[in-house]
Design a binder for this molecule. Structure first.
Ligand code: ADP
Length: 280
């Protein structure tokens, strides 16, 4: 009887341990799968510009060598082609640089996730800074940047991280909008939070892609976004930052009409709640 009672007592613990182990193994497998998928994506993203740079540089070098062998070097005729190749080499190296910068940003965020030290930040001052930074790109496309009439409010955030969120959302809004349109920033002040919107009247996002755009390297139109220099990491960075600040992020969009990217932050200048999300 003693033995059997020990056995019955032990069995649930043992089963629990096995279950924990199985859960650990499947969690480990899931993370391992995510990691290798990420490495595969990064390699693919880097391979394309490297192949272009190498190909065009080789052609230019061959040309140089042929010209050296000739008595009268063929000037002029090849100049425009050479210019085109150099332009591609330059553009592709910029794209690689952006990708590496975004990758570093993501890994920095992952490493500092738990060490974010938010402070009270005047939301409008960050929007003003972000507008200054993207104004040149917007003006080049005749896109008006507008901060809708909103009450001034302080939020719980890291100013540089919050600036990055606005820069990424505004860059997309400008990029995916037609010339001459308007990009608007506005926010709703709720009891304990602020819901910020970055709205555009651009291409919009098809329904089936709405819950995927925040994934790393997900693009609605793979070719268009990549060809225009996008890294496919901008929204993943936005999601990471907003989550680290305790907020939520999302998008409402109608294809062909425009998008409304929104995120929430804790409000600080309130008597009701004076703490970030999750701390009650
Ligand atoms: P990318 O560098 O490709 O812009 P992001 O992570 O910033 O990468 O965005 C992911 C995808 O979401 C984009 O490729 C695009 O298809 C879509 N997207 C993002 N912002 C907008 C927007 N404002 N309007 C339409 N589509 C957008």
């Amino acid at each position: 009887p003693i033995l059997s009672s020990t056995r019955t007592q032990n069995r649930p613990d043992h089963a629990h341990d096995v279950l924990m182990l199985v859960t650990d193994v499947s969690e480990w497998r899931r993370l391992e799968h995510m990691r290798s998928e990420f490495v595969a994506n990064v390699s693919h993203e880097l391979k394309t510009p490297i192949a272009a740079i190498r190909g065009f540089a080789e052609t230019l070098l061959d040309e140089e060598e042929e010209a050296i062998g000739e008595t009268a070097p063929a000037e002029g005729a090849n100049n425009s082609m050479r210019q085109k190749f150099l332009r591609t080499i330059y553009d592709e190296s910029i794209r690689m640089g952006n990708l590496v910068q975004d990758l570093l940003e993501l890994s920095k965020l992952e490493a500092t996730d738990s060490r974010v030290e938010p402070i009270s930040v005047d939301l409008q001052s960050i929007v003003d800074r972000a507008f200054e930074r993207v104004r040149h790109t917007a003006t080049a496309r005749h896109i008006e940047l507008r901060l809708e009439h909103v009450p001034r409010v302080n939020v719980w955030a890291d100013p540089d991280m919050l600036l990055q969120v606005f820069l990424n959302l505004l860059a997309n809004a400008i990029h995916y909008s037609p010339e001459g349109s308007m990009v608007t920033v506005t926010w709703d002040v709720l009891i304990d939070r602020v819901k910020v919107h970055v709205r555009d009247n651009g291409s919009g996002i098809p329904k089936e892609s709405l819950n995927r755009v925040f994934e790393r390297f997900y693009r609605v139109e793979k070719h268009r976004s990549r060809a225009s220099g996008g890294t496919g990491l901008g929204l993943a960075i936005v999601k990471h930052i907003v989550s680290a600040l305790g907020g939520e992020v999302g998008v409402d969009s109608v294809e062909g009409e425009g998008s409304d990217f929104w995120f929430t932050l804790s409000r600080l200048d309130t008597n009701i709640v004076n703490l970030p999300f999750g701390i009650k």
